[in-house]
Design a protein around this ligand. Structure first.
Ligand code: PDD
Length: 285
């Protein structure tokens, strides 16, 4: 038995219905979040809620849900869905209009939808059993406001799919100046000579909650050096380690980028240190 949330009510998934005139359906006009929960405990909840509120404000969707309301929805879904490890998907669209019109309509209520999906388990810091990633590499063709976690993900989907077509599980992206932005559904880190670097936050990338947690944890718990700065494509391809990070992957070790094997083609030593720190401290924030 599983339950989803739609506009103030909990129901079986097959009972959740929205109009095809919903602007989320017609325009991808909405904001979303993905929050992991392990044994009922959510990871980075406050930061995820802050990001959804910022996204809603950025596109002028007025939704008055407080953090406590979001927490109650998430907790209800967690306890009414199977499995110890769950991802919670939150989605707010601008709502259902009577006609298709690009302008933001006045006086319609946002559509709020949320569901849980089962996660295979907590990512591990064990190099032998960790999930590793081979990734494609291509020029970022998405829009110029990638800092907004928009439900309009066609650009990301196309990039992901071209990686999948090459047998890969992600696609890392670079801009017209050959600077790394992020990946289709992850942020990117590199390690060179013991120094960790990740692209600086701007309009080209999503401010990932996992990225933020890694920066916080590494800065307060280890002697490692972490830099937020421009990272070039050449640096990526000559890095000792490359990681892709997201709510569900945590610190994902990349072993190959396009035709280039990264380091020794297996999870690196700094990855192991950082994923271990992450596992230990991820619920402290
Ligand atoms: N994706 N960049 C992009 C484009 C993303 O879609 C994601 C997350 C991230 C990492 O953000 P976070 O650490 O907050 O998960 C970076 C989610 C998980 C998704 O679309 O399913």
């Amino acid at each position: 038995m599983s339950l989803v949330y739609l506009n103030g009510e909990y129901m079986a998934p097959e009972e959740a219905k929205i109009s095809p005139m919903d602007r989320g359906f017609l325009f991808g006009d909405g904001i979303y979040e993905v929050i992991p929960a392990y044994y009922g405990k959510m990871l980075g909840f406050d930061a995820h809620v802050a990001r959804i509120q910022e996204g809603l404000a950025a596109i002028e969707i007025n939704l008055d849900y407080t953090g406590e309301q979001w927490r109650a929805i998430c907790d209800t879904l967690i306890s009414n869905n199977p499995g110890p490890n769950q991802g919670i998907y939150l989605h707010v669209s601008r709502g259902t209009d009577s006609k298709r019109n690009h302008a933001y309509p006045r006086g319609i209520a946002p559509t709020v939808f949320a569901f849980c999906f089962e996660l295979p388990g907590e990512p591990t810091a064990d190099a032998h059993s960790a999930t590793t990633y081979t990734v494609s590499l291509e020029q970022d063709r998405r829009w110029q406001r990638c800092n907004i976690k928009s439900t309009a993900l066609l650009g990301n989907v196309i990039h992901y799919q071209s990686g999948a077509r090459e047998g890969n599980k992600e696609t890392i992206l670079f801009n017209a100046k050959d600077e790394i932005t992020e990946a289709s559904s992850s942020n990117v880190f590199i390690v060179k000579d013991g120094v960790i670097a990740t692209p600086v936050l701007d309009n080209q990338i999503l401010p990932g909650i996992t990225r933020w947690l890694i920066c916080e944890i590494v800065r307060s718990h280890s002697e490692l050096v972490i830099e937020e700065r421009v990272v070039t494509k050449a640096e990526l391809l000559s890095a000792d380690e490359v990681w892709i990070t997201s709510a569900t992957k945590e610190v994902g070790p990349v072993v190959k980028v396009a035709d280039t094997v990264i380091g020794e083609g297996k999870p690196g030593k700094i990855w192991q240190q950082v994923q271990t720190l992450f596992t230990t401290h991820k619920f402290d924030y």
